[in-house]
Design a protein around this ligand. Sequence first.
Ligand code: RNT
Ligand code: ZN
Length: 418
Amino acid sequence: MGAIEKSYLAAKEQYASAGVDTDSVLERLRKVSLCIHAWQGDDVVGFENTDHPLTGGCQVTGNYPGRARTADELRKDLDAALRLIPGKHRVGLQGHQVDRMFPGVDRDAYTIENFSSWLDWAKSRRIGMDIAPAFYSHPKLDHGLSLSHPDRAVRKFWIDHGIACRKIGAAFGKALGTPAVCNFWAPDGFKDIPGDRFSPRLRLMKSLEECFAEKISPKLERDAVESKLFGIGTESCTVGSHEFYMLFAAKHNKMLCLDTGHFHPTESVADKLSAIFCMMDELLLHVSRGVRWDSDHVLVLNDELLAIGREASVYGCLDKIHISLDYFDASINRIAAWVIGSRNMQKALLIGMLEPQDIREYEKKWNFTARLAAEESAKTLPWGDVWRCFCLKNDVPQDTDFMREINAYEKKVLAVRK
Ligand code: RNT
Ligand code: ZN
């Protein structure tokens, strides 16, 4: 028996005395399928071969060599990352990460044909695919407005893009046997203090109602709507605010998408989960790390991520949550960004799943002293030994080893992308 198994058995015993069955936790974690966000691999540029700059208030910083310039290169990079992330995951696309363009066909008329190689790739790997409309990085994002623009023709273009992405998502869902999450995030907002916040919000509401008018089976596609607090160039007002989308999602039975970078720095997204679980059956999480602002840093195992992992797993509601990563860092190797961020998300979930029962038992008895002592004591439990066993059982390198494979891939593939 190797050192990792030996340590696992000792950890298993220690957890058992705290009432935790580590074998069942390993199985629970294996079943959590994260959505790996393809847009970390191309710096959210897309593959329409236009010179559309990244707009919509998102910013990618860094110029680490090897960005994927085509869908084929991106799939190769995703394969390299998926080989190093334990478990079986899905991949999320943006609506401009097409395989191919057709003459005279713009985003308002995309079909699954624009993503056919993505479908073949996903089929061959037996993974699910999600897709989000790209309401940004296009001339029709005018004065910072898309679905809420006062010009009906501009709104109609974006409404048609949203409808097209839902249909593409349904095609993914049908072919892959797992419903595609189609997340609507519109960058609409104002840099400076607007005179009218109300009309754009009414227009956004009506545009979204048009996007969602066609009923699509939830077996094929699930709609989500993502709120935001501000973006670069929309510092003074975001049309699709948290209040707007919470009410829209509740009224129209859509999934709310909480992006952990889209709230005030002192707000806890972790705390929102159980409130939403009370009244909604599904939720999309975009897990990111803001540093001073919505800066989309790679996930690290910090208190915020630990809290999200705990709140997501401790009430038995994990099946209600779609967990997608959502960050883009071009200052480091992009495969490493996926692998490090995904593994940290999994570690946060694992630590939540391994939490001893006594914490909540003490709370039921109003013994907050013992609860605090138990919460702090749990931090010393050997979760790392369980994690290392999880990597071993799922045939991926240990944390200390995966960079070797990434460095080899960088040398062989990324470094020659000139
Ligand atoms: C933007 C939102 C949105 C984007 C993707 C690229 O702040 O987080 O989810 O990250 O559409
Ligand atoms: Zn997001």
